[in-house]
Write a protein that binds this ligand. Structure first.
Ligand SMILES: [Zn+2]
Length: 219
């Protein structure tokens, strides 16, 4: 019986699933996460610096990532974690003059705070409207477990997989704490854009990211 419960906990981290098994939801008390919705940067004069991908139909990566990141933050806080966001509904734009410097600063914040992990949320763009799928990137070995968990929990969403590999990006290079950059689907793909712009699907994305973080870091 103990073994069955243990297996159920291994296989099943979503709060609904755990409730069905009578187990406690995962606790992230004492953990601190920096959640980074990609893009959304303006020059000091208010003109756009880093707007992110914009798909056909006007779907904006920066808005979609902010919604998913806010939802993820809410779930992490509900599980007892502290969350610091690099931008938020309250402060949706960062101010900067050089994109790479701004991106490095996001991960540097996680280093400075000694965060449990840094999670950058992006949505992909391509000139090829047929490209689809989620991607997960990381760089250092301390990030591999989180990267694998994110991949595993995104898979059931059915978006397909675009890329999964180590990648030297501004945020993954700067981060010393476990860090992943996730692309939650393509805004340039009309079908995927419509999905990932919908609040119902954004909840599923956020839950998948939460489940991955919980699986990796919950007590
Ligand atoms: Zn992006």
């Amino acid at each position: 019986m103990k073994r069955i419960i243990f297996l159920a906990m291994l296989l099943c981290w979503s709060s609904a699933c755990l409730a069905a098994n009578g187990a406690q939801p995962p606790s992230l008390a004492g953990r601190l996460f920096v959640v980074d919705p990609g893009h959304g940067v303006r020059y000091p004069d208010g003109s756009p610096l880093n707007v992110g991908a914009v798909g056909p139909g006007g779907y904006e990566e920066a808005k979609i990532t902010l919604a998913v990141a806010e939802d993820l933050a809410r779930r992490l806080r509900a599980a007892g974690a502290r969350v610091v966001m690099t931008r938020s509904y309250a402060k949706p734009y960062r101010i900067g003059t050089v994109i790479r410097v701004d991106n490095r600063a996001r991960a540097a914040l996680a280093n400075r705070l000694g965060a449990t992990a840094f999670i950058a949320v992006h949505a992909d763009g391509s000139l090829d409207r047929g490209r689809r799928g989620t991607s997960v990137f990381w760089l250092r070995p301390n990030s591999a477990a989180l990267a694998r968990a994110v991949r595993a929990h995104l898979a059931p969403l059915g978006l397909g997989e675009s890329e999964f590999h180590m990648r030297d990006l501004a945020v993954t290079n700067e981060a010393r704490v476990p860090a992943v950059l996730v692309e939650i689907g393509f805004v340039s793909n009309p079908a995927q854009a419509q999905l990932i712009a919908s609040p119902a699907f954004q909840e599923r994305e956020a839950q998948a990211l939460f489940d991955a973080v919980a699986q990796t870091f919950a007590a």
